[in-house]
Write a protein that binds this ligand. Structure first.
Ligand SMILES: Cc1cc2nc3c(=O)[nH]c(=O)nc-3n(C[C@H](O)[C@H](O)[C@H](O)COP(=O)(O)OP(=O)(O)OC[C@H]3O[C@@H](n4cnc5c(N)ncnc54)[C@H](O)[C@@H]3O)c2cc1C
Length: 393
């Protein structure tokens, strides 16, 4: 079994592991460490233990013969048959890879009554749509979806599987990767084929965006990656007759352990963040959730969407769907207005490619000013009302 293990006869119950654990995952019981679900196997306790009493046991995964795998499979995420906006971007990336790999691109479309969306997918110039249309594949039942997805991969043996770095993609694709015992690189910003090995080069920011890491899946198949939304260019939609085909698949759908009680669509009075041309974001500088309305007013006056830093989201002042940054959304608007945001590297990771960045901050040394095209050093409670006024709001 893989995981963290204590060598009981070596452990003296000194508690050093409990003190060094960055996740608070260890508690001492009867002079032995107990590991909670917060444990990420980071290894800090293994290094710190003066008695070498903690080890991480890793399961060695079986190597597979890569020659049996070919082609690229794109996961066609949708909500009740409406294709997600990230899908044309993934197809764009897959078609670019096809040029170097010379292998076909297929999409997996699964769900209940979704066959109409297959024709739409073919218009993006892919070779095949694998259609798993089944009444028991329901939205949000990701355990079932992961099982069906894994069946299709075992059946079709693609060399590469790509999905969106969306809420659904981030949840579903790792489940599939575990079932297939292969690796997954999440949130890639660049994909390419290494000419000699023909392996997929999966590039993503690492260490808070300070370096770009390129990851290869050498020994397992398929090579799986999710793609960050709004980074890759969309495949153009072709006019006229399509050459690709739809292949209906017979799949076995296991019962889900999940019961979806209700679907509540998030209320959004402003435009979708990732699609917005203007974004006005609030940071901890707004001081109180009741002041969010001021930033929201500016967003409305500028015809834009409301974003936020993680500090504001973590404080519970606004839902996570508004978070911009490394662990939130990557945005690329024409204008990004940061109000009371310091400009931590993790925030910049999600917005620094905006065309024009405007920062309002009372601290002239705030790092946000290093990326800002226009910086306003001042109290946001004075500056924002003035901006709203000038915008005619
Ligand atoms: C692994 C990891 C992932 C992360 N992911 C994200 C992410 O996705 N997105 C994200 O945003 N952060 C992320 N963070 C958190 C990030 O490091 C910062 O803690 C966060 O961005 C800080 O938010 P903030 O700028 O709103 O708050 P602060 O850093 O507290 O900044 C508040 C700013 O408001 C200014 N201010 C105060 N009062 C006023 C006023 N009256 N008028 C004008 N300005 C004022 C201050 O000068 C200050 O610069 C992540 C951190 C980690 C470790």
């Amino acid at each position: 079994m893989s995981g963290i293990q204590v060598i009981v006869h070596k452990c003296v119950g000194c508690g050093v592991c409990e003190q060094v654990c960055p996740y608070g995952a260890i508690t001492m019981e009867n002079d032995l460490p107990l590991f909670g679900p917060e444990c990420t196997l980071c290894g800090a306790c293994v290094e710190a233990c003066p008695y070498d009493a903690i080890i991480i046991v890793k399961e060695t995964s079986e190597e597979v013969d890569p020659s049996g795998y070919s082609g690229i499979l794109v996961y066609a995420e949708h909500r009740s048959g409406r294709i997600a906006s990230v899908v044309p971007e993934i197809i764009g990336a897959a078609l670019a890879l096809k040029k170097d790999l010379g292998e076909p691109v297929a999409a997996l479309l699964m769900g209940k009554d979704v066959s109409a969306a297959a024709a739409e997918l073919l218009q993006y110039g892919i070779d095949t749509v694998y259609l798993a249309d089944h009444p028991d594949i329901r939205d949000f039942e990701e355990d079932t979806a992961a099982e069906v997805f894994a069946q299709v991969v075992r059946m079709k043996k693609p060399a590469i599987v790509l999905g969106g770095g969306t809420v659904e993609g981030r949840s579903l694709l790792p489940r599939v990767a575990v079932k297939l015992r292969t690796g997954l690189t999440a949130d890639c910003t660049e994909l390419a084929i290494e000419p000699e090995s023909r392996l997929l080069k999966q590039t993503r920011p690492a260490f808070g965006g300070n370096i770009m890491a390129t990851i290869l899946t050498e020994r397992n198949r398929p090579q799986m990656a999710t793609v960050r939304h709004k980074v890759m260019s969309e495949a153009p939609r072709l006019e006229g007759p399509v050459t690709g085909t739809v292949e209906k698949l017979k799949v076995t759908v296991p019962p889900s352990a999940l019961e979806v009680l209700e679907f509540v669509e998030e209320r959004s009075d402003t435009v979708n963040l990732t699609e917005a041309d203007v974004i006005v974001s609030a940071g901890r500088g707004i001081k109180d959730p009741k002041n969010l309305v001021l930033v929201e007013k500016l967003a409305l006056a500028a015809g834009g969407a409301l974003g936020a830093s993680r500090a504001v989201v973590d404080a519970g002042w606004i839902p996570y769907s508004h978070q911009v940054g490394q662990t939130g959304k990557t945005v690329n608007p024409t204008v990004y207005i940061a109000c009371g945001i310091s400009g931590a590297i993790q925030h910049l990771a999600g917005m620094k490619s905006s065309d024009i960045i405007v920062a309002v901050n009372s601290d002239e040394h705030a790092p946000i000013f290093e990326v800002a095209d226009y910086g306003i050093v001042g109290d946001l409670f004075e500056v924002i009302p003035e901006m709203i006024k000038q915008l005619g709001g």
